[in-house]
Design a protein around this ligand. Structure first.
Ligand code: HEC
Length: 180
């Protein structure tokens, strides 16, 4: 019993020290406790969602600079100049921007309180339209999309050749046309 007690006390102290270490690390690196750097695989999966399933590029361009791929599509914002943080980004993807032609990609948006408590009926009453998304995304897909966008697009500014290669994760033909 006594020995067990000792052990517990010691491991508690150890836990306290590591938590302090974690907080210090957080303060120094600016990374919230528990948030991990996205893996290459998650970034690649987010990139595929951006270009394929969610087709964000139709309105925002392949690099996210607002140079839309589909000439019939609305003019998407320049995401490379965006100052949104991860949480705001995820909110915009899930809830869209009613009245501003940015679709909501969460299948259940405006059915419950996940979009600031607004419902489809509220939007109708306010005359705010939302275009249909080409496809809806699940939470974990939105997380991957955010991994990709936060590390390669949001706030990254104009793309040069090095950024282009980093964006695709390999040297691809389109990067040859990008300014060095
Ligand atoms: C049908 C066209 C369209 C599609 C598809 C689309 N968007 Fe948008 N998006 C817009 C428009 C238009 C705006 C800008 C609205 C404004 O500024 O008035 C916008 C704005 C945004 C913003 C806000 C940027 C800021 O800094 O305020 C984000 C983030 C965004 N889109 C992300 C995405 C992502 C991620 C996808 C794919 C999942 C996507 N969009 C798909 C049209 C689109």
């Amino acid at each position: 019993m006594a020995r067990n007690g000792m052990c517990t006390r010691r491991s508690r102290r150890w836990l306290a020290v590591s938590v302090m270490g974690g907080l210090l690390y957080t303060a120094l690196s600016g990374t919230p406790l528990g948030a991990q750097e996205p893996t290459e695989a998650n970034i690649a999966s987010g990139r595929r969602l951006y270009h394929q399933k969610a087709d964000c590029q139709a309105c925002h361009g392949w690099s996210g600079n607002g140079d839309k791929l589909d000439s019939q599509a609305p003019d998407g914002a320049d995401l490379r100049a965006s100052t949104l943080d991860r949480e705001q980004l995820i909110f915009v993807i899930k809830c869209g921007l009613p009245g501003r032609e940015m679709p909501a990609f969460d299948r259940r948006s405006y059915t419950d309180d996940r979009c600031l408590g607004r419902t489809q009926a509220d939007l109708d009453r306010l005359g705010l339209e939302l275009p249909d998304p080409g496809a809806t995304l699940q939470n974990r897909e939105i997380e991957r999309l955010a991994d990709f966008l936060m590390s390669k697009v949001i706030g990254k500014g104009e793309m040069d050749r090095a950024a282009c290669i980093d964006f695709w994760g390999e040297e691809v033909d389109v990067c040859e046309d990008v300014q060095p």
